[in-house]
Design a protein around this ligand. Structure first.
Ligand SMILES: [Zn+2]
Ligand SMILES: [Zn+2]
Length: 328
């Protein structure tokens, strides 16, 4: 039997594998950058607050502090989102797998060995990135959406209280900004999901529509751009910090710290190629089994080689690979 039909050809390292290595390497230095930007922004606001007239009416002062806390929360969500969007799932088969809807995601999470045997990091990243393929509704319950952010954020007021108990104090406005940020943070996932709900005309509350229209919470059109281009508008609270995060991402791409093509675009192309290669393999195997031909035509051979070189390797087609998704 020909080598094409048996696929003894060993593919060289693919573009996808190289991208995975590059993204992973770059992710290692991303966290220090994220931390540096956050610390710089906090420092700048503290400095601004220091020179503000101390005679501001308290109500106005509180409004300024609320705006600052919303800005920092938005900035933080943007940086974290940017980071995870550019991380790579290491398990190649999991990387090539996606689902078409929420029941599919829930089934895959609970019962599929491919997911259950993957590393915790890959499981987290897969669940994070599948939002690009299934933007609405959320696969998690309302409780989970709140607690995913609420749990880690609980450490902030506890730390402040502990610091206070041992005599370490911060200026009052700093404490208030931190506490307001902690109180708002658990709502982040819902604010994000409701932007997708508005795109589907599912938000009835005139107050919430007003807040979205005036960019006091995440505006659906602003977030839609992220789900179209995948390399901008990462912020999830109100988008106020998008100008900073977008410029930071552009700078990181320019200096080579991030790959040029958004990983979601790369991942979709590789899934499509994987499906094409696997389908072609199935056709060849069927022909071989039927013994209707002894050798592939030159065109079939050429297509096989190209498809095999472009994809990440062999394996059965994942159940929900490369579906066409609504991307907003
Ligand atoms: Zn994203
Ligand atoms: Zn989204």
């Amino acid at each position: 039997m020909s080598s094409i039909l048996s696929f003894s050809f060993k593919p060289t390292e693919t573009a996808g594998e190289k991208n995975v290595q590059k993204r992973t390497m770059r992710a290692e230095i991303f966290f220090p950058i994220l931390l540096s930007v956050m610390i710089t922004m906090v420092y700048l606001v503290v400095q601004i607050a220091m020179v503000m007239p101390a005679t501001l009416p308290f109500g106005l002062q509180l409004l300024f502090e609320l705006a600052a806390s919303m800005y920092f929360l938005d900035l933080f969500t943007g940086l974290v989102h940017l980071n995870f969007d550019y991380q790579a799932i290491q398990n190649k088969e999991l990387y090539l797998h996606t689902e078409r809807d929420v029941p599919g995601i829930q089934r895959f999470n609970k019962h599929d060995p491919l997911f259950l045997t993957a590393s915790k990091e890959d499981q987290f990243l897969w669940n994070f990135l599948v939002h690009h393929d299934v933007p609405y509704p959320a696969a998690d319950t309302d409780y989970d959406l709140v607690m995913q952010i609420g749990k880690p954020v609980m450490a902030i007021p506890v730390s402040l209280a502990l610091a206070y108990s041992v005599g370490l104090t911060l200026p009052g406005f700093v404490v208030r900004v931190i506490l307001m940020l902690s109180a708002l943070a658990p709502a982040t996932n819902h604010i994000h999901i409701w932007a997708h709900a508005r795109t589907r005309n599912l938000i009835r509350s005139p107050i919430w529509r007003f807040l979205q229209d005036y960019h006091l919470v995440l505006n659906p059109d602003v977030h839609k751009k992220h789900h179209t281009e995948y390399d901008c508008n990462f912020c999830l609270v109100n988008g106020w910090a998008n100008p900073v995060v977008n410029r930071l991402a552009a700078l990181m791409r320019h200096v080579g710290l991030l790959v040029d093509e958004p990983p979601t675009i790369t991942m979709r192309r590789e899934r499509d190629l994987h499906v094409a290669a696997t389908e072609l393999t199935a056709v060849h195997e069927k022909k071989a089994a039927d013994a209707t031909i002894s050798e592939p035509t030159p065109t079939e051979s050429y297509l096989s080689i190209i498809a095999r070189r472009l994809t990440l390797g062999s394996g059965k087609v994942p159940a929900g690979s490369a579906p066409k998704h609504r991307r907003d």
